[in-house]
Write a protein that binds this ligand. Structure first.
Ligand SMILES: Cc1cc2nc3c(=O)[nH]c(=O)nc-3n(C[C@H](O)[C@H](O)[C@H](O)COP(=O)(O)OP(=O)(O)OC[C@H]3O[C@@H](n4cnc5c(N)ncnc54)[C@H](O)[C@@H]3O)c2cc1C
Length: 517
C-alpha cells in the first residue's frame, strides 16, 4: 500500500493500517510536519478514535477545552454560551478541544513510529498507472533520483490540490469563494479567558479568536474590501485596521504564522477508481466554519482502512471496497451544503447576508442560547451534528437486513456509531478497542460454550464477549433494546453492523459470511 501525503488524513491512514497489521509506505514531499495551529478543533468523534488508539488523554492534555463562546455584534451586545460539558452523556469527550494541528500530527507521527514505520519525507509523488493487479507509481527521492514503487493500492491523501485526483480525472464539484480570509498565530493583548472562544461580527469584518497554549492566540477573519485587489496581503495590512474594523480592543503582534486563503466547498464525484482511493481534502474541501475538514478526513480513513485490510487478507471481495464511496461521499456532499450556508451568513459582504448576520442572528441566538444551555434536545442535536458523533450509515448496503427481532424505536440501529453507554462503571465503547469486529453477546455465562466455536473460527477478525444480565448491566440491556438475550456485532470502525434480540448463531453466521463475501 502506498499513502501519498502526510497531513492528518495520510497520517491517520498510516496509524490505522499499522493497527490492522497491514504494511505500507507513506511519502510526503515536505521536509517537516507543520508547526502551525492549522486545523485547530478536534471533534469528539475524532477523540473517540484517538481513544481507541490510546492517544486521547495526551491530546486533551496538550490542547485546551473551550468552556465558553462569546459572540459580539458591532463591538457591543455580547452574547455568551456556556460550552462546558455540552456533550455530556453523549460521548466520553463532551468538550470542544482546541489542539494545534502541529500537535495532532505529532501524536499520529509518534503512533506510527511506535509501530516501527516511518514517513519518507522530501519524497514527491510524480505519476502513476494502475491495472487490475496493482498500481505502479514513480516518486522523486530526496537526492533527486526517481524510484518506481509497486503497490496493491494507492491512497491519495495529497490534499485539496490532489495530483492523483486530477490524473484520475475525477471532477471536484462545487465552488471556491471569492472572499479572501486570513489566519494567524500570534501573541496578542486580548481581554479574554484562556478557555474562551470569541466570534465578532461588524459592518466591516468577521473574526474568530481562539486561545492557544503559552499565551498565544489563533485569529481568523475576513480581510478589508480594499485589500482584495492587492497581489500580496501582509500581516501589517491586516493589523493596521483590525481593531477599528472589528471594534475589538485587541493589539495583534508579529505572528509566528500568517496566511491568506480562499474557502472551498467541494467534493469529489467518486472516492474510488479501481485501486486508487481519495481521502481527506483530496476528496472534499469545506470552509473552516464548523471545523469539519480534518475531522472528516480522519473519519474517511477510519472507514476505509479496515475494509482494505479485509480485502488484502482475502477475507472480503474487492467489491466490498465500493462501500467506502457509498458510505463516505454522501457525508461530504451534505457537509458542503451546510458549511456553505453557514459560511455565507458569517462572512459574505452582500447586503442581505450582512443584515441577517447583524440583525437577525443576534435576535435568534438570544432566544436559542438559553435553550441550548438547558442541555436538552436542541443541545444534543447540535452537538451530535458538529462533533460528527451523529454520522451514521443506516441507509447503506452494509446495514441492510441486519436486524432481527423487534427493537424499541430509540435503540441503536445497524449503521449507527456504537453509542457511549456507561454500565457497571465501564464505557461500552471501551469493549471494542481492538482493531477487529466485536460480537457483544447478551446471555447467561452458561451459554459461553456456543460462542467458543464462533470465537475460534473467526479469531483473526472477530472478538466475542458475553455480558450477562444483572443489576449492573440492566441499563445497558435497556439502552440496546435487549430483553433477555441477543447480540450486537460492531465493525472495526465502531459502527453497528448487526443486531439481534434472539440468540440465533446460524443467522449471525449467515449474515457475517455474506457481509464479508
Ligand atoms: C484556516 C483553516 C482552519 C481550519 N480549521 C479546521 C479545524 O479546526 N478542524 C478541521 O477539522 N479542519 C480544519 N481545517 C481544514 C483542515 O486543515 C484540512 O481539512 C486538513 O488539513 C486536511 O488534511 P489532509 O491530510 O487531507 O490534507 P493536507 O493537510 O493538505 O495534507 C496533504 C499532504 O500531502 C502532501 N502532498 C501533496 N502533494 C504531494 C505529492 N505530489 N507528493 C508527496 N506529498 C504530497 C502535502 O505536502 C501535504 O502535507 C481548516 C482549514 C483552514 C484553511
Amino acid at each position: 500500500m502506498l499513502i501519498v501525503g502526510a497531513g492528518p488524513s495520510g497520517l491517520m491512514m498510516a496509524c490505522q493500517l499499522a493497527r490492522l497489521g497491514v504494511s505500507f509506505r507513506i511519502i510526503e514531499k515536505k521536509e517537516h510536519p507543520t508547526t502551525y495551529s492549522g486545523a485547530l478543533i478536534v471533534q469528539a468523534r475524532t477523540l473517540e478514535i484517538f481513544d481507541q488508539m490510546g492517544i486521547a488523554e495526551k491530546a486533551i492534555q496538550e490542547g485546551i477545552e473551550a468552556h465558553k463562546i462569546n459572540i459580539i455584534f458591532n463591538g457591543k451586545n455580547p452574547l455568551a454560551l456556556n460550552l462546558k460539558d455540552i456533550g455530556k452523556g453523549l460521548t466520553k469527550f463532551p468538550n470542544l478541544l482546541m489542539l494545534e494541528q502541529s500537535k495532532t500530527e505529532q501524536l499520529l507521527i509518534d503512533f506510527i513510529h511506535d509501530y516501527g514505520f516511518s514517513i519518507e519525507r522530501q519524497t514527491e509523488f510524480l505519476r502513476f498507472s494502475q491495472d487490475n493487479d496493482g498500481v505502479t507509481s514513480t516518486v522523486k527521492l530526496p537526492d533527486g533520483r526517481e524510484e518506481v514503487i509497486q503497490s496493491d493500492y494507492l491512497i491519495a491523501a495529497d490534499g485539496g490540490q490532489s495530483l492523483i485526483r486530477k490524473r484520475l480525472n475525477i471532477p471536484f464539484l462545487g465552488k471556491t469563494h471569492k472572499l479572501t480570509l486570513f489566519v494567524l498565530d500570534s501573541e496578542a493583548t486580548v481581554d479574554m479567558q484562556p478557555n474562551e472562544i470569541c466570534f465578532s461580527f461588524s459592518e466591516k469584518a468577521s473574526t474568530g479568536i481562539f486561545p492557544l497554549k503559552d499565551e498565544r492566540w489563533r485569529i481568523d477573519g475576513t480581510i478589508p474590501n480594499e485589500l482584495e485587489v492587492k497581489n500580496t496581503i501582509t500581516f501589517n495590512d491586516i493589523e493596521e485596521t483590525y481593531s477599528q474594523r472589528t471594534h475589538l480592543n485587541i493589539k495583534l503582534q508579529e505572528p509566528q504564522w500568517f496566511s491568506v486563503f480562499h474557502a472551498h466547498q467541494r467534493y469529489a464525484e467518486l472516492y474510488r477508481q479501481n485501486r486508487c482511493f481519495l481521502v481527506g481534502d483530496a476528496a472534499h474541501a469545506f470552509s473552516p466554519i464548523g471545523a469539519q475538514g480534518m475531522n472528516t478526513g480522519m473519519q474517511d480513513v477510519y472507514n476505509l482502512a479496515w475494509k482494505l485490510s479485509l480485502v488484502i487478507n482475502g477475507k472480503a471481495k474487492e467489491s466490498f471496497l465500493n462501500t467506502y464511496n457509498a458510505e463516505r461521499q454522501p457525508i461530504a456532499k451534505k457537509l458542503v451544503l451546510s458549511t456553505d450556508r453557514a459560511f455565507q451568513i458569517v462572512s459574505s459582504n452582500k447586503f442581505l447576508a450582512k443584515r441577517i448576520r447583524l440583525n437577525l442572528v443576534p435576535f435568534l441566538l438570544r432566544v436559542l442560547f438559553p435553550i441550548v444551555e438547558k442541555r436538552g434536545y436542541l443541545s444534543r442535536y447540535l452537538f451530535s451534528g458538529i462533533s460528527e458523533i451523529g454520522v451514521h450509515y443506516r441507509k447503506n448496503a452494509l446495514s441492510n437486513k441486519s436486524s432481527i427481532g423487534i427493537f424499541p424505536f430509540r435503540s441503536p440501529k445497524p449503521g449507527d456509531r456504537l453509542p457511549y453507554i456507561l454500565f457497571d462503571g465501564i464505557n461500552l465503547q471501551d469493549k471494542v478497542k481492538e482493531a477487529k469486529f466485536h460480537l457483544i453477546i447478551f446471555a447467561e455465562d452458561s451459554s459461553a460454550g456456543i460462542y467458543k466455536v464462533l470465537a475460534e473460527k473467526y479469531k483473526d477478525i472477530l472478538s466475542t464477549e458475553i455480558i450477562p444480565l444483572n443489576a449492573g448491566t440492566a441499563n445497558l440491556y435497556k439502552s440496546l433494546g435487549i430483553k433477555k438475550d441477543g447480540c450486537y456485532l460492531v465493525r472495526p470502525d465502531m459502527y453497528i453492523a448487526y443486531r439481534s434480540n434472539k440468540l440465533r448463531i446460524d443467522h449471525f453466521e449467515r449474515f457475517f459470511n455474506q457481509y464479508l463475501q
